[in-house]
Ligand binder design. Sequence first.
Ligand code: PNS
Length: 163
Amino acid sequence: MSKTVICPGSFDPVTLGHLDIIKRAAKMFDHVIVAVLVNSAKSPCFSTEERMRFLEEVTGDIENVEISSFDGLLAEYCKQRGADAIVKGLRAVSDFEYEFQMAITNKKINPELETIFLMANADSMYLSSSMVREVAAMGGDITNFVPDCIRDEIVERMLTLRK
Ligand code: PNS
């Protein structure tokens, strides 16, 4: 039976850490839906369209990955899309409590839904979108943090926002 997993997030912007998780999930599942949260309380720097375009660009060569967006409850979106599970990257210990809380909440809403955590690779253990934005806004080099094809656009935007 074909298995579908949803990889949710703000992706503001997508980092090499996110991409690593998406690629590994694509090897484990038949279909990976990368779902961008539209109305985040975090007030994203990049619009939903931009965040989705970045994701399309960096996952363009992975056949079983689909880029989508959602608004409202993740557990409901999973039900709507017929997903078997949610996949998330787990970084340093500091992620654990919040991720655990979300996984339990999602299971309460939709008892059929599993959350699978993939350990972040060593290079991404402390990497986050907010760190990328901060380094770029201060003129730092983000080469090791984001895929090459979207780097210049991120730097340009962050430097503009700083002015
Ligand atoms: O990349 P992020 O910001 O850590 O992703 C967080 C995300 C999008 C997975 C989370 O905020 C989410 O699932 N939001 C949807 C609202 C929801 O379902 N809330 C109840 C469960 S916590």
